[in-house]
Write a protein that binds this ligand. Structure first.
Ligand code: ATP
Ligand code: MG
Length: 496
């Protein structure tokens, strides 16, 4: 029997970058084929050629044994190919029904009919993903998870037999991931073939049937998932063994640098006290929605608070906006990098430099050479894949865009740095580099607050762990007392 899909020897170049270099993958009906590789390996580009967004320079796409040209997304959908993208492609101001049908559903009389569209949308949402949300809700009012459910509905309502998920779980909660997996299982049962891209190797045992490792636009290996393991996958991905991803490190911890008291925001937040010392990493753990980001945003002046008291090196501050906080040496690296992170239209160098203009100017003149060598240094340290520091950030892969933002805040020396989910969407090799850089920063005496939903990361990096639940701190644990069980107890309130 012919394979459902074969992509043979696909190549695709952009100026200065060979994103795909004779890459091949195939897909059977009813299987989940995981596709993994470092940031910039070419995963999203591959999917864009399958969806007709890019035309490959070479190679062929074969569906049911028939070589097929995909002329664009509409053509892809009509040929049964659907994609749920890494950066959701939804139109935020349109409602659910219009996102599913893009304004072109006809009723049985062949007329475009708005009421019919809404009824259909509601019915399809319930059928495909079991959700009952009014179909006139604008997309921007939905959570990321629900927006994704609308995308899935769109893809399944078109009867797609080939469905690609590009990092679908990177901003979902545990429950939402479970819901997504149930839907994937249901699709499999119907004989849909699924290509599943993720950096979260820990979720693959649950869903992957086969796995292909990609590196520099080529296929390293395709395996049955049951015949491999994380160590092999990682070493194929990064081309070397990573024995311990948390660099062993001995930190010297000094006096308290940052103190926050009585942070209140309506009924949502009521945090009595937080502090971090010189050279210390304070991990902030908790379930998604526990108020971790909200607390730090309020302290940073990004959101309003009813009350907050901040002290840095003993001096009191009120921080009415982020610029005041940054000026005082308090830097916050946002989790939502797509929306308040990178300036996509500017170059890698400009992004890395822009928070530290003063550092690179002398008597009012920009010291270009210094800025350039700093940008180059971080590209090297963080292994940012770009043909040059002049590349526009929008042309980088998702994970590399994140690394640019990390480079920007590492350039801006500070007293206190907040890393909010610093390694989300980042490949395993680069994670190690980011952890090493955090250790370097702590070495320089910077106090670090790291918000993370990744328990191994919290345990691997933190000197102390503050656990949040319902907008409150339920425990502050020393490294020696912190283990996943204890943290989860305080995070869920199930103190048996
Ligand atoms: N439109 C474009 N113009 C120039 N270069 C591009 C463009 N799109 C992608 N690239 C480059 O192609 C390479 C592959 O990028 P791609 O987005 O496919 O990586 P990825 O494997 O999806 O990475 P990630 O895990 O970070 O999402 C990268 O070096 C990227 O910078
Ligand atoms: Mg990608």
């Amino acid at each position: 029997m012919a394979m459902l899909l074969e992509m043979r020897n696909i190549s695709k170049s952009f100026p200065g970058v060979k994103a795909l270099n004779g890459f091949s993958i195939d897909l059977k009906a009813g299987e989940v084929h995981a596709l993994v590789g470092e940031n910039g390996a070419g995963k999203s580009t591959l999917i864009k050629t399958l969806y007709g967004i890019h035309q490959p320079d070479g190679g062929e796409i074969v569906i049911d044994g028939v070589p097929t040209k995909i002329n664009g997304p509409a053509d892809a959908l009509s040929k049964g190919i659907g994609v749920v993208f890494q950066e959701l492609s939804v139109c935020p101001h349109l409602d659910i029904a219009n996102n599913i049908f893009l304004g072109c559903i006809k009723n049985k009389h062949g007329v475009i009919d708005d009421r019919f569209a809404h009824e259909e949308a509601a019915r399809l949402m319930e059928e495909a993903v079991g959700l009952r949300i009014p179909s006139d809700t604008p997309m921007k009012d939905l959570s990321i998870a629900d927006q994704q459910m609308v995308e899935i509905t769109k893809v399944t309502s078109k009867g797609c037999r080939i469905v690609v998920f590009d990092e679908p779980t990177s901003s979902l909660t545990e429950n939402e991931i479970e819901r997504l997996f149930k839907i994937i299982f249901a699709l499999k049962k119907k004989g849909v073939g699924i290509i599943y891209i993720s950096h979260r190797l820990e979720e693959l045992p649950v869903i992957a049937d086969r796995i292909t490792v990609m590196r520099d636009g080529t296929r390293v290996k395709t395996m049955d998932y049951k015949d491999t393991n994380d160590n092999e996958i990682i070493s194929l991905m990064v081309g070397r063994e990573l024995s311990n991803i948390y660099p062993t490190y001995k930190r010297t911890i000094g006096e308290v640098v940052f103190e926050a008291d009585n942070i209140r925001q309506g009924t949502k937040l009521d945090v009595k006290h937080l502090d971090v010392r010189k050279g210390e990493i304070l991990g902030i753990a908790g379930l998604v929605g526990a108020g971790r980001t909200e607390t730090l945003r309020a302290l940073f002046g990004a959101d309003e608070a009813d009350e907050k008291h901040v002290k840095i090196e003993g001096r009191e501050y009120t921080f009415k906006n982020p610029s005041e906080a940054i000026a005082a040496g308090f830097v916050y690296m946002t989790e939502n990098r797509k929306f308040d992170g990178a300036a996509l239209g500017l170059s890698v160098e400009e992004n890395i430099t822009m928070a530290s203009l003063r550092k690179f100017s002398k008597r009012g003149r920009m010291q270009e050479a210094k800025a350039k060598s700093n940008a180059q240094e971080y590209c090297k340290k963080l292994n940012i894949r770009t043909p040059s520091i002049d590349q526009k950030v929008m042309n980088l892969s998702g994970g590399n865009q994140q690394k640019v933002i990390i480079g920007k805040w590492l350039t801006r020396t500070a007293k206190v740095m907040v890393f909010d989910e610093p390694t989300r969407g980042i490949d395993v090799g680069a994670k190690y580099e980011i952890y090493s850089l955090m250790n370097d920063l702590s070495d320089q005496g910077i106090a670090i607050i790291m918000i993370s939903s990744d328990l191994p990361e919290i345990l691997g990096m933190s000197d102390r762990v503050a656990v949040f639940k319902d907008g409150r701190v339920t425990a502050v644990l020393d490294r020696k007392d912190a283990d996943s069980e204890t943290i989860m107890k305080y995070a869920t309130g199930k103190l048996s």
